[in-house]
Design a protein around this ligand. Sequence first.
Ligand code: URA
Length: 230
Amino acid sequence: MRIDKYLCKSTELTRSEAKKLLKTGKVTIDGAVSKNGADKVPESAVVEVEGRSLSLLGQRYVMLYKPEDTICSNVDEVYPSVLHFIEIDRVYEMHIAGRLDADTTGLVLITDDGKWSHNVISPKKHCEKTYRVWLAEPLEEKAIDQFKEGVQLHGEKQLTRPAKLEIVAPQEALLTIVEGKYHQVKRMFAAIGNKVEALHRERIGIIELDEMLNPGEWRYLTEAEVNAFK
Ligand code: URA
């Protein structure tokens, strides 16, 4: 893609404003100053304006370690939006692919690619999500079969789809589900007479929460992670 087009697609600049910016010598492609709108931006090149890197809108993919008491919404409500943690340009044009409750921690995917997030959250795609769950009551072995067969959630017509439960400790388990109904995990445990005390998402599809991240930290997804939902 030409650099003038790239600037328009990654900022709010018009084509003539992009050309003016180029003339100032503030734009670099992989570290080399670019002044000509016709200069080519190679695939995966780093384009910077005064040292600040740009990325094409509609092509930004991020994972965040969501801390407690934050919300998966673009606007602040009782708690602040998780988007406050992401220090990138025009972050408010991005959206969250699969929300977590305010008190749930863990993996959140954020993008401005609507088609991509559809592949993550569409019920038809049956994308696996794994949660670590801490419970009020000890788990019984029979819960494994109950979740495999499907449980009746309050207010739903159909049983939940088969889910995989691994009991890690008497009151701790890993639950993998392929749906994303409102408060699904909490309601599933309520349906078998237990109560979720704490909930943490570890995985969405092949994307695992990076263990290098602390609560509130984020990183761009790798090419392989992005391609998993293309
Ligand atoms: N299920 C829940 O109950 N809460 C979440 O935040 C995610 C899944």
